[in-house]
Design a protein around this ligand. Structure first.
Ligand code: SF4
Length: 669
């Protein structure tokens, strides 16, 4: 949110005049004493105008513009009887919206959801897969209606005291409580928060949830039904929209692990059925495929499968097609679920049902926009997969049918590529890239042109050059620094060579974000080693200038494997020969910029960004960087040059050094 200022009346006066000219949305929505930030006003105006025409706005707006509040101020003054759905990839964004909504001049009733299991006072702590949980919840709900044990006491109270449940739920919506607070508030009164809040959705204006609530067709349909509207009455805000292409592809993909298959085979020992022999035969054939893959695949190796040849295997060995196999497993799975229900099992599910469901998708999704794979993952599991290469069939219809949509991210660049990856139809789409609102004198962006992570140049000599850069930067930088690598492999090749005076923190799978932030807050002489695309380079805030330097070692291209090649080939066909840029370069630049963006989290943060790969200066790559990177990036030709530039940068701020330590880091200690 923006800052409180004394000169607010002047701002309001200007806004009122502009509002009269139809340029600015209703100012009574603005939080009290609020000053609109640099770039935010433009964001509000353009997004507001776009959705007024029932169109789609794509905004690339760096950290600090205040785009969460901006999107609310673009939609809410014109919402009337319509609804607003705000969705995000990670839950960490939710609290920002809740804070902004509570501060507004008007507070429309708002409901926010995590997943149903996360909001269930009985099963929140896990123990059941999500699918099993839904089955169990349904069973308890049905039992609650007839008061048959076991039932859910929280749901029973919702149906028995419906009016009271709805009153308490509306109270949560008026107070704009988050999911956790609402669950606490309602379960203390004996109600299921999820079910009670669902009953009042037709009386609220705003809903916040993960992408699933908006883009998963069955979940969205259920939500709209509770809302009592269709998409044409809904405005949509998509936060962190750079995630949307990958998310929608994932939604259309599916996978099967060997463990599920083994469980399906075990299941046949318990549940008799006339199809049992065939079921066992098909599962055994599938198991042979898994065993052959285990022998032929190295760790983390991926191979393409031909679904026709897979289909022929079933025809040859058992005389039926792959889709018939899928149908038999599915039907047997239904029988198992029914049997579990009748026998009074606690959990109603079937592994065969799951295998059948996967096989159905595997044989049905055979167009060029899918790829079939088998892999050995990092946990050594063998996994069969059908992966989508194009998520537009998920995103396009939703965004086109909505009343108006705002898609935004700190980095959605180049906007045209994201537009192409999200929408088929490009009519009525407005693109806008905003500059960083933070003062340019607070940052130094350097690119070293004597280093490269290009595969053929990755020699011991290159490792030594990178080491020299890291050690030099460590000497001259003031405050904590982070070094992000293209992969764990590169990180561990370089780590033993690097010697600094700093305390080392090395990212591992089990390293927790909170612990690292606490460590950085204790002193200013830490060096964090992580990977680009990892948990310390994306979706994490380092507040109060906890990081004053980010070094990116290399350009983080994805692993060059059959999936990557298939994606490039498919995009080449879809986007006039630009497959490599769309599938390979854009995601790499996104990971790079996300990592570099960890340093400047507020207008007063100061620090350096060092890119240790000359390729970012190439004419094919540089235009992919954010505008302010392209404008401000300085070339360095050696680590000595780099050290001098960083030293001079900090000298310039030496009078403020006390401020950095006392205002920022020290406040955490
Ligand atoms: S009805 Fe609510 S409280 Fe009961 S099991 Fe389902 S989610 Fe949990």
């Amino acid at each position: 949110m923006g800052s409180k200022v004394s000169g607010f009346s002047k701002t309001v006066g200007k806004f009122t005049r502009e509002r009269k000219r139809g340029k600015i949305p209703e100012i009574t929505w603005f939080p009290k004493n609020y000053e609109v930030r640099r770039g935010q006003r433009e964001f509000i105006e353009e997004a507001s105008e776009t959705i007024k025409n029932n169109e789609i706005f794509l905004g690339s707006a760096p950290c600090g513009i205040g785009k969460s509040l901006g999107s609310l101020l673009a939609v809410l003054p014109q919402i009337r009887e319509n609804k607003l759905l705000i969705c995000f990839r990670t839950r960490s964004q939710l609290h920002i919206y809740l804070k902004e909504l509570r501060a507004l001049g008007h507070n429309p009733p708002t409901v926010s959801f995590f997943s149903k299991q996360d909001m269930c006072p009985l099963y929140r702590k896990g123990g059941l897969s999500y699918f099993d949980f839904l089955e169990e919840c349904n069973r308890l709900k049905v039992n609650s209606e007839s008061s048959t044990k076991p039932y859910c006491r929280f749901y029973r109270k919702v149906i028995r005291k419906r009016k009271e449940a709805e009153e308490v739920a509306l109270d949560c919506a008026r107070k704009i409580l988050g999911p956790r607070e609402a669950v606490r508030w309602m379960s203390r009164r004996g109600f299921c928060a999820y079910e009670a809040l669902k009953k009042v959705l037709n009386r609220v204006a705003i809903f916040l949830g993960t992408y699933h609530y908006v883009f998963n067709p069955s979940i969205r349909e259920a939500l709209l039904k509770s809302f009592e509207v269709d998409l044409s009455n809904v405005y949509i805000v998509v936060d962190e929209a750079h995630n949307l292409p990958a998310f929608s592809r994932e939604l259309l993909s599916d996978q099967l692990t060997q463990n599920t298959l083994e469980d399906a085979l075990k299941e046949t020992e318990t549940f008799e059925n006339e199809a049992l022999l065939s079921v066992r035969e098909y599962l055994t054939l599938l198991e042979e495929v898994f065993q052959r893959a285990r022998k032929s695949l190295k760790k983390e190796e991926l191979k393409q499968l031909n679904p026709q040849r897979f289909d022929a295997l079933f025809v040859d060995k058992s005389g039926v097609s792959g889709s018939e196999v899928a149908e038999t497993l599915h039907e047997y799975g239904e029988h198992v679920r029914e049997a579990r229900r009748e026998l009074g099992y606690e959990r109603i599910f079937s592994y065969n049902h799951r295998v059948g469901e996967f096989m159905e998708r595997f044989f049905a999704k055979v167009e060029t926009k899918y790829i079939h794979l088998v892999k050995r993952d990092w946990k050594e599991r063998i996994v069969l997969e059908v992966r989508s290469l194009d998520g537009r069939e998920i995103t396009d219809p939703v965004l086109q049918q909505a009343r108006g949509s705002i898609l935004m991210s700190g980095f959605l660049s180049p906007l045209k590529i994201y537009k192409d990856l999200i929408l088929y139809d490009h009519g009525g789409v407005h693109l806008k890239e905003f500059d960083s609102p933070f003062p340019s004198e607070n940052r130094l962006i350097l690119t070293a042109v004597d280093v490269s992570s290009q595969f053929k140049k990755r020699t011991n000599k290159m490792l030594e050059k990178w080491r020299d850069y890291i050690e030099t930067i460590s000497e001259v930088n003031e405050g904590n620094m982070a070094v992000f690598f293209t992969s764990y492999g590169l990180l561990h090749s370089l780590l033993p060579l690097v010697r600094t005076h700093r305390k080392e923190i090395v990212e591992q799978r089990k390293t927790r974000r909170g612990e690292v932030i606490a460590q950085l807050a204790k002193s200013t002489d830490n060096i964090l080693f992580g990977v680009m695309g990892g948990k310390f380079s994306e979706g994490i805030d380092y507040p109060n200038n906890l990081l004053t330097c980010a070094v990116a070692v290399g350009l983080p291209y994805a692993t060059w494997d059959v999936h990557q090649k298939a994606l490039i080939k498919y995009f080449n066909h879809q986007f006039s020969g630009n497959g490599r840029t769309y599938a390979y370069l854009t995601p790499a630049v996104l990971r790079l910029i996300q990592a570099c963006g960890r340093v400047h989290r507020s207008a007063v943060d100061k620090g350096c960004i060092v890119l240790l790969d000359e390729r970012v200066t190439h004419p094919s790559i540089k235009p992919q960087l954010p505008n302010y990177f392209q404008k401000e990036m300085k070339i360095v030709r050696s680590q000595i040059d780099c050290g001098e530039q960083i030293g001079n940068f900090w000298k310039k701020w030496s009078h403020e050094r006390g401020h950095i330590y006392s205002g920022g880091i020290a406040s955490h200690t």
